[in-house]
Design a protein around this ligand. Structure first.
Ligand code: E4P
Length: 215
């Protein structure tokens, strides 16, 4: 499983990229709105930072023609832009059009397996099931990842599964175990993944012992 970062904050992207583990970035309208910057300018900054991995940029239009027009403009910003399209009937039409144009797509707001299968059949490059938001309403987000993964395997579907709406480290481990190809992780969770109290205690003890014997 690869790591994307789920943010539109350039400092967070830069700092995650320095770790050498970053395979891409996902943004959404809420994340961009939080930044208070021009969407296209921010995408230019992000794609200058992450030059090879996929950078998902979401369309706002609700009709296929509008999504296609917006998506073409977004895709023109950099070759690694992936157009993020919501899972709707109009979204599916747009995904098919983007697929014909060789523009990569990430179908977002996936909450059941049929939505994922339809998106894949329309030509989606990625599907994004939202784990945290399903867990929030008492459903089993991880089971959805497992189901989509099984269906895609059984039918030789190449669309990649992005585990999205990740809230904590256990989501990351379980997404890897249940067949997600990518986890898109918020910056704070990325920090939590690195940490273990025994690692910190171990470093402290090694340093203390070293300093004692080298006085
Ligand atoms: C995915 O691409 C979305 O941007 C994101 O994971 C949504 O997460 P949230 O449910 O924490 O808003």
């Amino acid at each position: 499983m690869k790591f994307f970062i789920d943010t539109a904050n350039i400092e967070e992207i830069r700092s995650a990229n320095e770790l050498g583990i970053l395979a891409g970035v996902t943004t959404n309208p809420s994340l961009v709105a939080k930044e208070g910057v021009s969407f296209h300018d921010r995408l230019r900054e992000i794609t200058a930072e992450v030059t090879e991995g996929s950078v998902s940029a979401e369309v706002i239009a609700e009709d296929a023609a509008g999504m296609i027009a917006e998506g073409k403009e977004l895709a023109a910003i950099a070759p690694n832009i992936t157009v993020k399209v919501p899972m709707t009937l109009e979204g599916l039409k747009a995904v098919k059009a983007f697929s014909d144009l060789n523009i990569k797509t990430n179908v977002t707001l996936i909450f059941n397996a049929n939505q994922a299968l339809l998106a894949a059949r329309a030509g989606a490059t990625y599907v994004s099931p939202f784990l945290g938001r399903l867990d929030d309403i008492g459903h089993d987000g991880m089971q959805l990842i497992a189901t989509i993964s099984e269906i895609f395997d059984r039918h030789n579907i190449n669309t990649e599964i992005i585990a999205a709406s990740i809230r904590h480290p256990l989501h990351v481990t379980d997404a890897a175990l249940h067949g997600a190809s990518i986890a898109t992780v918020p910056y704070n969770v990325l920090g939590q993944l690195v940490k273990h109290p025994l690692t910190d205690q171990g470093i402290e003890k090694f340093l203390a012992d070293w300093n004692k014997s080298n006085q």
